[in-house]
Structures are given as structure tokens and as C-alpha cells.
Write a protein that binds this ligand. Structure first.
Ligand SMILES: NC(=O)C1=CN([C@@H]2O[C@H](COP(=O)(O)OP(=O)(O)OC[C@H]3O[C@@H](n4cnc5c(N)ncnc54)[C@H](O)[C@@H]3O)[C@@H](O)[C@H]2O)C=CC1
Ligand SMILES: O=C(O)[C@@H]1CCC=N1
Length: 268
């Protein structure tokens, strides 16, 4: 299988590096292009992939092309590569908010497109991705996209109208978790810990708690109860978190990201 990447930024780079590291594709079978050849070359130097002459070459020579550019660049790029489409190439867009309908409308009839919402932990094989199938994409296309994205994490096939929610929860989610870790560690320092120790403790706590949710038959609420002794420290901490609007903050954060995804769709 030959995989192409148009737009060698943070997300596209994470997926390609992750897929090569996972052994899904040989680096020599990966073709890259970006607006500046330098960013394609930087990624090629890191992962051994091949830099193409231009976006059209990537579209022409790949079985699957990942569109890793910014949402507002997607339609221009589809126009640019349309001479190579529909051809044999299946497109997978990771752009937030850009709908299958608008991508299909900007492509020749019959173009096979899959819309995906991954996240950056894909770089270390811990990604979480939602995918939806365009009207011309086949079951074989979904299978190949599942294989690619599944090589770097979990993949859930969802309805397209659920991808805004996927964006709010897992696409943008790593940034919320980094903020949480940052704050947990910062307060640890204020309470007297060394900065390195605080960051290590905060990070391991998030990893450990996430693994407990993943591996235990108990729900998050039941697991929380196990930590919370009557009259103890956790109860005091949880009450202060709730009184400060913790749950509401998380809910409004997810809602705002999902709303922004819908807004991008409406703008495009
Ligand atoms: N960063 C993240 O956590 C996630 C990003 N996404 C989506 O991934 C896409 C890329 O986001 P990032 O990687 O964060 O942005 P980025 O700015 O790091 O990457 C965009 C890349 O596209 C390239 N590019 C721009 N115009 C181009 C053109 N005409 N032809 C070829 N390449 C072109 C740029 O040179 C750059 O390397 C966005 O659509 C975003 O919605 C999706 C899920 C998570
Ligand atoms: O911030 C963004 O728009 C992209 C999409 C999801 C995560 N990053």
C-alpha cells in the first residue's frame, strides 16, 4: 500500500510517523508534500519517507492520501489535485469541520472520501479517531483507513454528524488533559513539591487513573468512590473542585470545541 500525505504539519506528521513506527507501511512507500518543501523535507528526514514534487504527484501515486492541511485549505487543494481524481486514490481528510458534502462538491463525481477526526497521541500509538464514510467510498476504503488509523490507536466509525462531538471530546481533548496536568503540577509546586517531582506525580496519576478506567469493570464514578474516604482529603478536594465549577468547565469546553467544529462547517 502506498500512502500519501498532503500537508506535513503536526497532525499529518503524527499519523504518518506513527504508521511507519507501527510497521503498517514502509517509509519508502510514503510520499509527502506540503506548501513549503522544507516542512515535507523535515518530516522525511525524521521518518524516511519520500518528498514528492507537488500535491498532484502525491494524489496520482498513492492508494490513500491523507489531507493533513488546515480546514480552510482543503477546498483549494481538492481543486489543485482534481485532475488526478477520482482515479484509484482514496482521500482521507482530518480537517476539523469540513464536511464530506463540501469535499465531494469540490471533487470530480465519484471521488472516494473519508472524513476522520484523529488526535495527536497517534504519534505514540495511543490515538483516538472517529471516521465517517463519504457517499462514494467503499467498504474496502473504510477498511484501509481503519487499518492506517488503527495502527496508531483506536478507531470508531461514527455518523458524520457525530464528528463534531468526537472533535470536542478526543480531537481537542489532549489539550484539556495537558492543561489539567499543568495545573495539577503547578499547585503541587505551590504546596511544596519540586517542579520535576510534581510533573512526574501529576502525569503518572493521569496515566494510572486512565488505565484504571480502561481495565477495571467499575465505572469512573465507582472508581472515584474508592478513592474518597468519608471525611477525608479527596472529599475535601472534590467538593472544592465542584464548588469552583470543575464539571461545568469541562462541559463548556467540550461544547465550545464541538460548536466551533459546526461553525467551520457552516463557513465552508
Ligand atoms: N493538531 C491536532 O491536534 C489535530 C488537527 N486536526 C486537523 O489536522 C489539520 C492540520 O492541523 P495541524 O497539523 O495542527 O496544522 P499544521 O499547521 O501543523 O499543518 C498544516 C500543514 O499543511 C501545510 N499546507 C498548507 N497549505 C498547503 C497546500 N496548499 N498544500 C500542501 N500543504 C499545505 C502546511 O505547510 C502545514 O505543514 C487541520 O485540518 C486540523 O483541523 C485534526 C485532529 C487533531
Ligand atoms: O484545534 C483544532 O482545530 C484541531 C482540531 C482538533 C484538534 N486540533
Amino acid at each position: 500500500m502506498k500512502i500519501g500525505l498532503i500537508g506535513c504539519g503536526r497532525m499529518g506528521g503524527a499519523l504518518i510517523e506513527g504508521a511507519i513506527t507501527a510497521g503498517l507501511v514502509a517509509s519508502s512507500d510514503v510520499l509527502l508534500s506540503s506548501r513549503s518543501k522544507e516542512s515535507a523535507q523535515t518530516l522525511a528526514d525524521k521518518c524516511g519517507a519520500v518528498v514528492a514534487e507537488n500535491n498532484s504527484q502525491v494524489a496520482r501515486e498513492s492508494d490513500l492520501v491523507l489531507l493533513g492541511c488546515k480546514p480552510y485549505q482543503i477546498i483549494d487543494i481538492l481543486n489543485e489535485i482534481s485532475a488526478e481524481l477520482p482515479g484509484d486514490t482514496c482521500l482521507v481528510s482530518v480537517a476539523a469541520g469540513i464536511t464530506l458534502q463540501s469535499m465531494e462538491g469540490a471533487s470530480p463525481e465519484g471521488t472516494r472520501i473519508i472524513r476522520a477526526m484523529p488526535n495527536t497521541p497517534s504519534l505514540i500509538g495511543m490515538g483516538a479517531t472517529g471516521i465517517s464514510k463519504g457517499s462514494h467510498a467503499t467498504d474496502a476504503d473504510i477498511a484501509i483507513a481503519q487499518k492506517l488509523l488503527g495502527s496508531v490507536g483506536i478507531v470508531l466509525e461514527t455518523r458524520e454528524d457525530q464528528l463534531d462531538a468526537v472533535t470536542g471530546v478526543s480531537g481537542s481533548g489532549p489539550a484539556y488533559v495537558y492543561t489539567f496536568i499543568e495545573e495539577l503540577a503547578a499547585q503541587g509546586v505551590k504546596e511544596g513539591l519540586d517542579a520535576d517531582d510534581a510533573l512526574q506525580l501529576a502525569t503518572q496519576t493521569v496515566i494510572g487513573a486512565a488505565r484504571m478506567v480502561e481495565q477495571s469493570p467499575m465505572s469512573p464514578a465507582e472508581l472515584r468512590n474508592q478513592v474518597t474516604s468519608p471525611g477525608g482529603t479527596t472529599l475535601a478536594g472534590l467538593k472544592a473542585l465542584t464548588d469552583s465549577g470543575f464539571e461545568k468547565s469541562v462541559a463548556t469546553g467540550v461544547a465550545a470545541a464541538a460548536a466551533r467544529s459546526r461553525e467551520i462547517a457552516a463557513e465552508s
